[in-house]
Ligand binder design. Structure first.
Ligand code: SAT
Ligand code: MN
Length: 587
């Protein structure tokens, strides 16, 4: 069995992988509708996908995963290099030659009797200097069909690759699903990704976290750009001008919701509009005009289903109405549609839970898995920005960091300057969620929301950010920090969030235009005034949203110190910022 690809190196490598894994059959993914339809047909016949109500949800399918395979597995995710210091203390490191041997053993004959699908894919728009190409060789139809939604795939990509273009190598096999032998391995030196014993998107849709963040962050360091865990949105002002913002929040902190936000009616009436370019990943580089431009390398949304409703995120929900694969949501057997927690207030009567069993114990169990997902084409999104496919990307005016912080962080603040902004990013913390396996609800440091996604040493990553600031000079975006998750003494959220977050964006916009004043406090620049007009919150709550509790900050400083102490080094510019913060807080 062999195939022929015009690209000499790709051809040699693919055929070597075929020899290694020994599939019974090999299919090249061409990106055509016809081939996709055929694969769907086969997947339904094989029970890998369940066809949903094609009148209500055309082109939509349900997938029930192996119950052990429902989230990213950070303890099985490796950065494989020669030296441990290249991966650094925040990554799980493996000695590349040993892991290579291990991969060879695992993949040896792993596709026997199966079909290998060769997916040529591109991260980023066609014809863009930002874009990068990869191959994922996989024995999973579900992965192929998901990749067809999440990335630009097929013949067009091969054309762009030509005979000597660069590409990232990727091999994936479903294996036996043994969680103990699950491997998500990255080899930054070889630009290669190997994933085994999982089919979960964040693990094995290799274009996503593996390539666009872990491998790309290494490439970005070397080529002087940024590969970040960020949404990208545009705010259109009443005068028609657009301002673009990129924002980094840890997984399942509402990136998709912010990216697709619908402003409150009052602002819509004034002529404001928010459009979406991306909800998870941004590649940012300096353009000839000196500003930082961003693209979204992805082609679809891999969103958390629970919590998504017409009220919380109308645009995301609309995006899932056609051509979408749902994974681990509940099935409404009355009309063969899907359901998940908070889609509707009252769940439908006849539901199968995410495992496919009648959902009877509704008090104690969930209908949909908390990390159940929709994989939806970006083009479905009603508020998709017109520049989504733009090869040049969009100029970023503001970078926003944020996380879930019940007591520490104000609703919004601006950094004093770039380096202080990088410090804010580097010391970000957030309460953990269901997007990854492990304990839920504990605070962990998640610098720039990249803790699980930075493909190299975190200290070097911070140094790279500092260097990017010097490289961009006075054209660098402003850096902000937001927190939608502040709670009161009863533990209830103090800020309504969702569409109302537009008020915060509006202040950020005004700051970028030099039109709003701010007050310097110990931890940053907070708004002198923010547009709360029409919002039903008391002045006490307003004040509390910006309160800096020095006692808590004293503890926070200790926690940041503990995190910094774990790193190999802290760049001098960040040490300086940290010292200045200590002085301001402790006097
Ligand atoms: O599970 S994914 O990694 O794809 C999403 C996320 O955790 O950010
Ligand atoms: Mn993410």
């Amino acid at each position: 069995m062999n195939v022929h690809v015009k690209h000499v190196e790709a051809n040699e490598w693919i055929n070597r992988m075929i020899k290694l894994t020994k599939p019974a059959n090999v299919i090249m993914i061409d990106g055509s509708e016809k081939q996709k339809e055929q694969l769907i047909k086969e997947a339904v016949a094989a029970g890998e996908l369940l066809e949903l109500n094609q009148e209500k949800l055309p082109g939509c399918y349900l997938r029930r995963s192996d119950p052990t395979d429902v989230a990213r597995v950070e303890n099985r995710t490796f950065i494989c290099t020669e030296k441990e210091i290249e991966a650094g203390p925040t990554n799980k490191w493996a000695y590349a030659p040993s892991m290579n041997t291990k991969m060879y053993e695992l993949f040896h004959n792993s596709m026997e009797g199966k079909t290998m699908y060769i997916i040529p894919y591109m991260m980023g728009p066609y014809g863009s200097p930002f874009s990068k190409i990869g191959f994922e060789l996989t024995d999973s139809r579900y992965v192929v069909l998901s990749m067809l939604i999440m990335a630009r795939c097929g013949n067009k990509v091969l054309e762009e690759l030509g005979e000597d273009g660069e590409f990232v190598k990727g091999l994936h096999s479903v294996g036996t699903m043994d969680p103990e032998e699950r491997y998500i391995c990255h080899f930054p030196d070889e630009k290669a990704i190997y994933s085994f014993n999982s089919e979960y998107g964040g693990n094995v849709l290799q274009g996503k976290k593996c390539f666009s963040l872990r491998i790309a962050s290494v490439i970005a360091r070397d080529e002087m750009w940024l590969a970040e865990h960020m949404l990208i949105l545009a705010i259109k002002k009443p005068d028609g001008q657009k301002v673009y913002v990129a924002a980094a929040f840890p997984s399942a902190c509402g990136k998709t919701n912010l990216a697709m936000l619908v402003p409150p009616k009052k602002f819509l009436d004034e002529g404001y509009e928010v459009t979406t370019l991306g909800d998870d990943i941004a590649w940012l580089r300096k353009a000839p005009d000196g500003r930082l431009y961003a693209i979204n390398p992805e082609y679809g949304f891999f969103g958390v289903a629970p919590g998504t409703s017409a009220k919380s995120n109308f645009n995301a929900l609309e995006s899932t109405k056609k051509g979408t694969i749902f994974t681990n949501v509940a099935l409404n057997t009355d009309d063969n549609t899907v359901w998940w927690e908070s889609l509707t207030k009252i769940p439908p009567e006849n539901l199968l839970d995410w495992k496919g069993n009648p959902w009877t114990d509704r008090e104690n169990t969930k209908g949909a898995h908390p990390n159940s997902r929709f994989t939806a084409p970006a083009e479905n999104c009603p508020c998709l920005d017109e520049d989504f496919n733009s090869p040049t990307g969009v100029p970023i005016s503001a970078i926003i960091f944020g996380g879930r912080r019940a007591k520490i962080m104000p609703l919004v603040m601006e950094s004093f300057d770039w380096n202080h902004g990088v410090f804010l990013g580097s010391s970000m913390g957030s309460e953990t969620t269901a997007a990854t396996t492990g304990q839920v609800g504990v605070t962990r440091r998640d610098p720039m929301a990249m803790l699980p996604f930075c493909g190299y040493n975190m200290s070097d990553y911070f140094a790279h950010w500092i260097e990017m600031g010097e490289y961009l000079g006075d054209k660098a975006p402003k850096i902000f920090n937001v927190n939608w998750f502040r709670t009161d003494d009863d533990g209830s959220f103090m800020w309504p969030g969702f569409g109302e977050n537009f008020r915060v964006l509006k202040w950020i916009l005004a700051r970028c235009e030099g039109k709003a004043s701010g007050v310097e406090c110990e931890i940053g620049i907070i708004p002198e005034e923010i547009d709360f007009d029409g919002l039903d919150i008391t002045s006490e709550v307003k004040a509390e949203l910006f309160n800096v509790d020095k006692e808590r900050w004293d503890v926070e400083i200790e926690e940041i110190q503990a995190f910094y102490d774990k790193l190999d080094y802290v760049p001098e510019a960040l040490e300086k910022e940290f010292e200045a913060l200590k002085k301001r807080v402790r006097g």
